[in-house]
Design a protein around this ligand. Structure first.
Ligand SMILES: Cc1cc2nc3c(=O)[nH]c(=O)nc-3n(C[C@H](O)[C@H](O)[C@H](O)COP(=O)(O)OP(=O)(O)OC[C@H]3O[C@@H](n4cnc5c(N)ncnc54)[C@H](O)[C@@H]3O)c2cc1C
Length: 446
């Protein structure tokens, strides 16, 4: 019989990796168990001709308070502080300055309505003005920001997001996904191992996978909400409210396509165009990111869903049509598609980032609540204000790790019903250590 490990971390994305780093540093025995053949989850950098391409997260949102910004230099990564090109149509192509100002004013007015009328309705679409010329533009923005239509969006949840406070967006030169993967260096990870169930009936947790069962004192579950809601992971029956909560925090869809550009003339570095400004069905194109000979297309919400359903070629076809509409037919010969994402088709992810359905903003709290003082939850959707981001995922992973350490502290080194042995970590024994032993009774509740 092998000894149970201290913590099984299910999912090796940003949240799982953050949790793993904290727990390893505290001296606990851990294992990250990852369903797919690579680490990073929705943080994923591909390399093309030495150019890193981020097909998942790319922006260090809230860069000035983002833990990944802090971590990057220590791992040999470079933070790029060039401001994002959003909100300025390159050369005003088919979107003159005056119209850009009107569209932005319409967005500001819409947000003001969300703030003022929010108590009366929680469905963002209810705050659209009927007949407003810019409603398509607002829907396109919602597709990029939330991956979903305004009809599907909780106002309260949208307003809880904290990035608006800082508005600082940076990037990682070598790729955000590469940074997240580098942060996992040295962590014990088992790949290609989808966990199918967690059994909490016995003295130790049993983590079930096709390749065998792993016993652990505690576990941290970091699965994307659509995976949890699908029932792919069976949880103990009393924890099923987490699965229900995940169902009300679906992943919106956003996808990227990257083209290599044969020559850079005619395109300024780090600029942007909307393909069909003012319409809901449009791509957004980042021209020459980092000055590289690339164009990165971005599609959200209903457009991204339609393109995934349309097959492998659909995204390139729409992108080339839109770019030809702006730059002339000759652009088609200058562009070669080199990579694209289809996040909705990734069986262990199933989408891009979470949003709350109308009336369900509070579900993030339910999802994040620990169960039985042994099963903890993390992942971007658990973050009350930084959801949908890689730094939100990091913060929830860290919080779950702290909760595990806190539990060990409370157990005070005795062997408890769960059999947790004392392993002294580097955590300072300050006021916490002086506390009486407070392992809660009736632990089958939250
Ligand atoms: C196109 C796109 C653009 C984005 N842009 C940004 C951006 O610019 N900035 C930003 O901050 N964020 C962005 N995001 C969001 C960000 O990438 C995610 O919020 C973050 O990476 C989520 O991390 P996580 O650890 O919560 O989940 P994940 O990264 O999804 O990790 C969960 C892991 O669990 C694994 N798993 C699933 N099922 C099982 C199972 N049964 N057993 C074991 N393992 C399992 C998955 O394979 C996955 O690796 C973007 C996402 C996408 C898709």
């Amino acid at each position: 019989m092998t000894e149970p490990i201290d913590v099984a971390i299910i999912g090796a994305g940003a949240a799982g990796i953050a949790a793993g780093r904290r727990l390893m540093a505290a001296g606990l025995s851990i294992l990250l168990i990852e369903a797919s053949e690579r680490i990073g989850g929705r943080a994923w950098t591909l390399n093309h001709d030495g150019m890193p391409l981020d097909l998942g997260c790319g922006w260090l949102h809230s860069g000035d308070r983002n833990p990944w910004s802090e971590l990057a230099p220590s791992l040999g990564f470079t933070v790029d502080r060039t401001p994002p090109p959003w909100g300025h149509q390159f050369r005003g192509l088919r979107f003159p300055q005056q119209e850009q100002r009107e569209a932005q004013a319409a967005y500001a007015a819409f947000e003001a309505r969300l703030r003022s009328i929010a108590p009366e309705t929680d469905r963002a679409a209810d705050l659209l003005e009927s007949g407003n010329l810019w409603n398509g533009y607002l829907e396109a923005m919602s597709g990029y920001i939330n991956g979903a239509e305004l009809e599907q969006l909780s106002v309260r949840d949208y307003l809880a997001y904290a990035d608006a406070d800082t508005g600082v967006n940076w990037r990682i030169v070598q790729g955000y996904g590469a940074l997240v993967a580098a942060a996992a260096e040295g962590l014990p990870i088992r790949l290609d191992t989808p966990v199918t169930a967690i059994d909490a009936d016995a003295r130790h947790l049993k983590i079930l996978a096709a390749s065998g069962t792993i016993e652990a004192h505690t576990a941290i579950v970091t699965l994307p909400t659509d995976v949890l809601a699908s029932g792919a992971l069976r949880l103990p029956a009393p924890a099923h409210d987490r699965i229900d909560a995940a169902g009300t925090l679906p992943l919106g869809l956003a996808d990227k396509i990257v083209f290599a550009l044969d020559r850079i003339d005619g395109f300024e570095p780090d600029t942007q165009v909307l393909g069909r400004p003012g319409q809901a069905r449009t791509g957004s194109y980042h021209l020459r990111p980092f000055g590289r000979p690339l164009i990165e297309g971005f599609f959200g919400g209903a457009t991204a869903r339609e393109l995934e359903q349309g097959g492998e070629q659909a995204m390139a076809t729409l992108a080339l049509d839109e770019l030809a509409g702006l730059f002339g037919a000759g652009i088609r010969r200058r562009l070669k598609p080199i990579a694209q994402s289809r996040w909705g088709r990734q069986p262990f992810v199933r989408g891009s980032y979470s949003h709350a359905l109308p009336g369900h903003a509070a579900a993030r709290i339910v999802l994040a609540a620990p169960f039985d003082d042994r099963l903890f939850f993390a992942g971007e959707a658990c973050s009350p204000q930084d959801f949908s981001t890689a730094h939100g995922a990091y913060a929830t992973g860290l919080a779950a790790a702290e909760a595990v350490l806190d539990r060990r502290f409370r157990l005070g080194g005795r062997t408890q019903p769960t059999g947790l042995p004392l392993v002294e970590g580097p955590r300072p024994r300050g006021a916490r250590g002086a506390k009486p032993w407070t392992y809660p009774s009736g632990t089958n509740s939250t």
